[in-house]
Design a protein around this ligand. Structure first.
Ligand code: GUN
Length: 284
């Protein structure tokens, strides 16, 4: 049996550490960390994610603001909202939930978020720092993956790591973080030739493609570590990018969906918000 990496347990442990730190620091700062979440439209999955982010804040003792707009909201209203949150002294982190409704281009809105409050780590500034090997606020999902690998005592240095997917939110920052841990990193994507051959040489596979059960057992080396970032709905059921039931027979360690990477994303968001709060209050 492989080691099943329990994202819920790791996440719970980090959240209790965050809560303890908030309790310790709030006296000195005269306030608690604050996170603002902006959502537009009525994508059901996004609504659930946002609800979970807000309840995550309550769990660790953060202040939170939830700005909700319908799908017809204008670009200027969203930019105005972000600008007000930038100026709000009680807010340390701002997140605009993606995807935005049709007709709104995130590249025309996200750059208005103050980079010091970019707890999603999606700005060119934060991603540039990561690229240079000197990160500040790291994209939440890939940062959560590194935490999971470390929690399971999985050696990363010197290993062949293959990331499947090249999004700005997961694939690219994931590759940079693995490189920072001294892995030899390959990024595969939709135009990769003979993906199976590349993946089959990997000691660590991170699947972030967004296609249900895309990674099958025949692609995986015996004893590989398999991290599943996928969140796909199949017949109303949540399902990862990895064919879990078959791949787990070959893997040394694997993350389930749900209960693997998912809980870590919110926890890393809370961690980034705490970091931003500490920096603002000279508590580092
Ligand atoms: N949509 C799905 N995951 C995320 C995330 O981590 N951040 C934002 N802003 N939107 C998302």
């Amino acid at each position: 049996m492989p080691h099943i990496i329990d994202g819920k347990a790791v996440s719970q442990k980090i959240k209790s550490e965050i809560k303890a730190e908030v309790d310790l620091l709030k006296g000195g700062a005269g306030r608690v960390p604050g996170l603002a979440v902006v959502i537009a439209g009525d994508d059901p999955a996004s609504k659930i994610y946002v609800k979970n982010k807000i309840s995550g804040c309550a769990e660790v003792g953060f202040f939170s603001v939830h700005k909700e707009f319908d799908g017809n909201v204008s670009k200027s209203t969203l930019i105005e909202t972000v600008s007000e949150l930038n100026a709000d002294e009680n807010i340390d982190g701002i997140l605009v939930q993606l995807p935005l409704p049709k007709g709104l281009n995130p590249d025309e809105i996200l750059p208005f978020i103050d980079v010091k409050k970019d707890v999603d780590g999606l700005s060119a500034y934060q991603q540039g720092l990561l690229l240079q090997g000197n990160p500040d606020l790291i994209s939440c999902t890939p940062n959560g993956v590194i935490e999971l690998l470390k929690s399971a005592n999985i050696e990363i240095a010197g290993k062949n790591a293959v990331v499947i997917g090249r999004s700005n939110m997961v694939g690219k920052p994931m590759a940079m973080l693995l490189l920072r841990e001294n892995a030899t990193v390959t990024i595969c994507h939709s135009k990769t030739k003979d993906l199976k051959n590349t993946v089959s040489k990997a000691d660590i596979v991170v699947a972030a493609i967004g296609r249900a059960r895309f990674v099958t057992a025949d692609m995986i080396k015996e004893g590989a570590v398999v991290i599943d970032v996928g969140m796909n709905r199949v017949d109303g059921k949540l399902c990862g990018d990895v064919d879990y039931e078959n791949v787990k027979e070959k893997a040394a360690a694997i993350t389930p969906v749900p209960g693997g990477v998912g809980p870590m994303t919110i926890t890393m968001l809370l961690k980034n918000t705490l970091e931003s709060f500490k920096k603002k209050n000279n508590l580092l």
